[in-house]
Ligand binder design. Structure first.
Ligand code: NAP
Length: 249
């Protein structure tokens, strides 16, 4: 299988897009550490599904927004899997509000989880990769079309997701000579708990603007991540692969 030997950590791997990514990587032969923040039962379900495929899996609690917790997460993933050579930074939250009404806490929590969380986990994982002279390792960051085009009511989220795209390019340039490839996947509107929480008339309006005429699925995002993690991705770095049904072309 094409991902045999891949030892992956998926942050926020317990639900939604992260869950689909963890399962798809395992289906292709990877062993996977599934990070969650609060919902251990959901994470354990993903572990059971992966173990049923004959792969190794572990659920690890950790708050990516906290530097020490993120470090502990990387350490535990390495120990449980016997190494680490693939990181998917997927954990993310929304606190949508128009800027005029956005509370400082709503700004800070989204930046801290979605952007600083990517720094917290990636820096500590890359230190491990460099120390171990890993070659061919992959870092895949889940950004959003919101970071490409800006979405009203999401100044915090758009800023964090645009930041991830810049972060990805800078880090890709820093580590590509060490044969570590760093890319983004940018989903559009995907059916998950996150979009279920949105105003449904807004979602219906968005569907009208999507050339493919529907929301995407977590599995469609997972397939893009698996492509970048696999043999198709060996000469791709610093890029953003957009999975949005044509919304932001
Ligand atoms: P979701 O269904 O709300 O799931 C979020 C996941 O992140 C859960 O596993 C959650 O774990 C975890 N998480 C949240 N805060 C965390 C923290 N501080 N530390 C560690 N884990 C944390 O979200 P989703 O829709 O699948 O979104 C996944 C990613 O795709 C996010 O980065 C999101 O911004 C991005 N995205 C989503 C869409 C979309 O339409 N859904 C579009 C573009 C981009 P617990 O349940 O344990 O808290």
């Amino acid at each position: 299988m094409e991902l045999n030997g891949t030892l992956a950590l998926v942050t926020g791997g317990s639900r939604g897009i992260g869950r689909a990514i963890a399962l798809e990587l395992a289906r292709r032969g990877a062993d996977v550490a599934i990070n969650y923040n609060s919902n251990s039962a959901a994470a354990e379900e993903v572990v059971a599904e992966i173990e049923a495929m004959g792969r190794k899996a572990v659920a690890i609690q950790g708050n990516v927004a906290d530097y020490a917790s993120a470090g502990n997460l990387v350490k535990q993933a390495k120990e449980a899997l016997g190494g680490l050579n693939c990181l998917v930074n997927n954990a993310g939250i929304t606190r949508d509000k128009l800027l005029m009404a956005m509370k400082e806490e709503e700004w800070q929590s989204v930046i801290q989880t979605n952007l600083s969380g990517v720094y917290n986990v990636t820096q500590q994982a890359i230190r491990h990769l460099l120390r171990n002279r890993e070659t061919g390792a992959r870092v895949i960051n889940i950004t959003s079309v919101s970071g490409r085009v800006g979405v009203p009511g999401q100044a915090n989220y758009s800023a964090a997701k645009a930041g991830i795209i810049g972060f990805t390019k800078a880090v890709a340039k820093e580590v590509s000579k060490r044969k570590i490839l760093v890319n983004c996947v940018a989903p559009g509107f995907i059916e998950t708990d996150m979009t279920a929480a949105l105003n449904q008339s807004m979602v219906a309006g968005a569907v009208e603007m999507i050339p493919c005429g529907r929301l995407g699925t977590s599995q469609e995002v997972a397939l893009a991540v698996a492509f970048l993690a696999g043999p198709g991705g060996t000469y791709i770095t610093g890029q953003t692969l957009v999975v949005d049904g044509g919304l932001t072309m």
